[in-house]
Design a protein around this ligand. Structure first.
Ligand SMILES: Cc1cc2nc3c(=O)[nH]c(=O)nc-3n(C[C@H](O)[C@H](O)[C@H](O)COP(=O)(O)OP(=O)(O)OC[C@H]3O[C@@H](n4cnc5c(N)ncnc54)[C@H](O)[C@@H]3O)c2cc1C
Length: 430
């Protein structure tokens, strides 16, 4: 993520530097200040940020090391997209003052007879309500996806506007080259994501071996490789899509793997929360499933030097730790592990027996605790710290909802644990 921050700042600095170079003869004149210059530079920053947003959302495995995993890349995509929207808003506002009393309507009313860029103006008007809509988390995922893509198209239109309108871009060759390069990279990224990922992405052919209910709300999807099995680190996640099933639509959904990398079959442990996951029990053995991945940087291998690990899974957030513990059966890289499975009550803990059993058999020393919040209140970092700290420094891995992770991260930071020793997997990417 640090590299990604560096790339963002470096590209924005190059864009700004080239704009200053292109405007060197006017830079100190009143023509550019206080409105025209900032309006031009924000248009270029918008283009720059949109290109990076598209790159961060690519789902390309080759780019994972740059971002520290696909999950982090998608979170960066979200932040850069938000920043692009703010910059766009600032750009639009900067256009107002110089036109007061004369041509405000020409710029902001797409149907004004003198409006020269009406497509861009319509795009600008649509972007803001769309952005607000996708911030609303309760939207059904497919509707959200559709709105999100429309927003992307509108931002790309806004960028096309920046390229054609800003005089500096047209007239100054190095800046034009740089901007076209950024746009090209951004468009290649979106073309890969939308048109090529399904065919050229890291796809592995599996078939459904069994769909096993684990209590009322969870199912285990047991998948058998059709050809070669996928190799992955414990803690990785995949995107899956079911092909040719009348019961389950062909959509891509992310899930952490809950089986060990050493096992032949791939197991996904899935909570039935919405449209797609609630249909999974109807899947028939033998149905083809495309598995894309593995993705993510959420693995104990990220802490190779750290001998003491605290693992905390909330609810279905336990799945990557199931994979890690199953891997412990064949892994003799001894570690001291504290594993917490935080649930409301025992009825909400379908993997309790499996974890208790695995922690006994594991090669590492694993202290396993089922934490029932109904009876004991919320699990806190202070409770965990009390157990683990007498044994020296430890690193923490957290998995669950965004709110759970935010809360736990804040508590561990307050206890003095540095950020470099906390890694997390959020089950909500938006
Ligand atoms: C890295 C990662 C690992 C995950 N691992 C697991 C796991 O091991 N077990 C498990 O039960 N769940 C896991 N999830 C959550 C799982 O992806 C969603 O619960 C599932 O996609 C819901 O689909 P739905 O249509 O049934 O529900 P919906 O009601 O449509 O969606 C519920 C929520 O799930 C998210 N979601 C839905 N569809 C997608 C999608 N295609 N891509 C991204 N997010 C989506 C959205 O935030 C949405 O608000 C994981 C999510 C992520 C990001």
């Amino acid at each position: 993520m640090q590299q990604a921050g560096f790339i963002t700042i470096a590209t924005l600095a190059i864009t700004t530097g080239l704009w200053i170079a292109g405007r060197s003869t006017q830079i100190l004149t009143a023509e550019l200040w206080p409105w025209h210059g900032p309006a031009q530079i924000t248009a270029l920053w918008l283009l720059n940020l949109v290109a990076l947003t598209l790159v961060a959302g690519t789902r390309a495995r080759a780019l994972e090391p740059l971002f520290g995993g696909l999950d982090k890349a998608i979170r960066l995509h979200r932040r850069l997209g938000g920043a692009a929207l703010i910059v766009m808003l600032v750009h639009i506002l900067l256009l107002v003052p110089p036109r007061i009393g004369t041509a405000v309507g020409e710029v902001y009313n797409p149907f004004h007879p003198n409006s020269p860029f009406w497509i861009d103006v319509v795009a600008s008007w649509l972007v803001l309500p769309l952005a607000l809509a996708i911030w609303w988390r309760k939207l059904p995922h497919q509707v959200w996806l559709w709105l999100h893509r429309t927003l992307g198209v509108l931002l790309i239109l806004a960028c096309a506007h920046s390229l054609t309108v800003a005089a500096t871009v047209r007239d100054y060759e190095p800046l034009r080259f740089w901007m076209i390069l950024l746009v090209g990279i951004g468009l290649a990224a979106i073309a890969y994501r939308l048109l090529m990922f399904r065919r050229m992405g890291p796809r592995h052919g599996y078939t459904v071996e069994a769909v096993e209910p684990r209590g009322e709300h969870v199912v285990d999807l047991q998948l058998r490789p059709r050809d070669r099995r996928m190799s992955f680190d414990p803690g990785a996640f995949v995107y899956v899509s079911v092909r040719g099933s009348a019961a389950v639509p062909d959509e891509l959904h992310p899930f952490s793997i809950s089986s060990s990398p050493a096992e032949r079959d791939l197991r996904l442990s899935i909570r039935k929360v919405g449209d797609w996951t609630k249909r999974l029990p109807a899947l028939q053995p033998g149905t083809a499933v495309d598995v894309y991945g593995p993705f993510g940087g959420f693995t104990p291998h990220a802490f190779v030097g750290q001998r003491r690990l605290v693992l905390i899974g909330a609810g279905i957030g336990i799945t990557p730790f199931l994979s890690m513990l199953r891997f412990e059966l064949v892994n003799n890289d001894f570690r001291r592990v504290w594993l917490y499975y935080s649930v409301r009550d025992k009825g909400d803990a379908p993997y309790d027996h499996e974890l208790a059993d695995l922690s006994q058999k594991a090669d590492s020393w694993v202290d396993y605790m089922l934490w029932e919040s109904k009876a004991r209140g919320r699990l806190t970092a202070a409770t965990v710290h009390e157990e683990a700290s007498p044994f020296g420094d430890y690193a923490v891995m957290l998995c669950g909802t965004n709110a759970f992770i935010r809360d736990m991260r804040t508590q561990f930071r307050a206890l003095g644990l540095p950020d470099s020793r906390i890694i997390a997997e959020e089950f909500q990417l938006r």
